[in-house]
Design a binder for this molecule. Structure first.
Ligand code: CA2
Length: 147
């Protein structure tokens, strides 16, 4: 199994750092990817950063990860609260998946408390900003067998 972590990000996360920094922080998604790649070196892992606004593309990337990655960091953004398609594909993965949200879902609107992702992942991190992605990487490093 390649020591690749697929970091998959959903709709509008391409605008990170440009709008609503009070909720989502000042870092861009590229900044987060660079941070993850730097941290991953210590574990001999590489990180592939992906973002799409399309639900079907996220499903395709998760199907790819099933074959080609050792673990997944997933911020499905708004699809977390709506997507049975993502729920279903996640059920097919044997590799560990950690769900990340930059903001604290429990402290936000009621509709964000519905989550189709959380029941079918190894664990979830919310409310810690970009640090959540780094913690997810560190968790995956403990879950992935060394070659
Ligand atoms: O807190 C998170 O990471 C979220 O997954 C972000 C989603 C939201 O729908 C989830 O409930 C929680 C929204 C991502 C929107 O990204 C933006 C980026 C910059 C400016 C505005 C929105």
């Amino acid at each position: 199994m390649p020591r690749v972590i697929s970091c998959i990000n959903g709709p509008t996360l391409n605008l990170l750092g440009e709008r609503e920094p009070e909720i989502y922080g000042a870092m861009s998604l590229k900044d987060i990817g660079d941070l993850l790649s730097e941290e991953a070196k210590a574990f001999a892992l590489t990180v592939e950063m992906k973002q799409s606004n399309s639900e079907g593309q996220l499903v395709d990337w998760l199907q790819d990860a099933r074959k080609n990655a050792a673990g997944v960091i997933l911020n499905a953004a708004a699809y977390s609260h709506t997507s049975i398609a993502l729920h279903d594909v996640l059920r097919t993965l044997d590799i560990p998946v950690i769900e990340v949200h930059l903001s604290n879902l429990a402290a936000r609107e009621e509709f964000r408390s519905t989550n189709y992702i959380s029941p079918v992942v190894k664990g979830s991190i919310a409310g810690l900003g970009p640090t959540g992605y780094v913690l997810a990487l560190k968790a995956l490093a403990t879950l992935i067998p060394s070659n």
